[in-house]
Design a protein around this ligand. Sequence first.
Ligand code: ARG
Length: 464
Amino acid sequence: MSKKKIASARIGIESSDLLKELNNSLPFDKTLYLEDIKGSLAHASMLANKGIISGDDFKKINLGLNEILEEITSGSWDIEEDQQEDIHMAIEYRLTQKIGDAGKRLHTARSRNDQVALDFRLYVQKETKEITALLSNLMKSLLEIASKHTETLLPGMTHLQHAQPINFGYHIMAYASMFKRDFERFLSSYERNNLSPLGCAALAGTPHPIDRDMTASALGFDAPTLNCLDTVSDRDFALEILFNIATMMMHISRLSEELILWSSSEFGWIKLSDRHATGSSIMPQKKNPDIPELLRGKTGRANGNLISLLTVMKGLPLAYNKDMQEDKEGVFDSVKTAKLSLSILEEMLAQMTIKKAAMERACKVGHLSATDLADYLVKKLGIPFRDAYHIVGNTVNLAEEQGVDISELSLEALQSIESNIEEDVLGILDNRACMNARRSKGGTATIRTKEQIEALKSWLENLR
Ligand code: ARG
């Protein structure tokens, strides 16, 4: 037997079971119970303060809602037990069972439209803070790795082909820079959206003498939103967290892709801890990088969740439409994915082994100092760059014939191509010298990498 619905004054007969199934959001929106109770407490307190309900009713509501909160956290009440259609109805129904008429007064000057907009926004704000805390942990771990490897050479690549020597700290700082931007995006969304929807009622405000500033500040918002019609129709805050997560997951995915490559036998530049590797069901020798693969894979659902909600919202007339109930599951999923991904990535990076010798060995392949030889010919001998470019091409061919890297050619061999080359060229062709020569601002030279590390460290320290 289904319990009595509390929001169907004009509906005389029992709803179709299929309608109930389609309409029921309680299995997922129960996630919002804490936000719902907090919002109701702030609303009821304001109603009493403005004389819209009595002080006595507020006392009962306050006690009742706190009791419900305790029942939920202790597990003594199953939210779904009363078969209401969503979290808002479930809590109001429970409250009314407990305290009678006072419970029925709670919804004065409020609609589920502003109620759900409030609950969901509070949730998104709370999770945004949690994600930024995890992002700053990740950045700290990356900084630690980078600080230890500002002299560890590896081939920087374009097109996945060896290009120029860089240091591993510099490579890691590229990712730290992406995560800094992600952090800033979450923060700016938080600040933009820190406005209270409560008191917007169904769409047009309310004739009751409410005080939206009072509830906004009680709930930790900077102010109430400007326009009620917009507020009950608006899910930009949800789209923002979805976009912020999708972009962050794209960064996590690119790093994961590199970790997968680097841990392969072809590269052998890192080794994931056995705590973070998985085996194969048939090949006994295997250790697979399932974690970075899953992180790369989970980026797909983060993108999907963003596109889903953009699509849900695109054709909706003002104000609330039930389509908007489809806003929650994707956000819950993206938030869960983001938090788990950040935590496991941080742990895995902190425990992986970096195989410095293998990275440095890889720099002996691919003539990484070719550009530096061309620069030498230009600077030292005044040869036009395009001519120097061709001379270096011939030098690379010679190195290939001898089966060595350009940095391993003898002075005589170099001079056989360009007789004016002098001994100082040998210092220039050395990969470490090449790396340290790139000392323009933001470049890879060890001193520049250290500056970047310091800059990000002090940015992190100055947060809040
Ligand atoms: N469960 C609904 C949702 O998540 C709550 C808002 C219902 N409002 C309404 N007018 N039916 O969107």
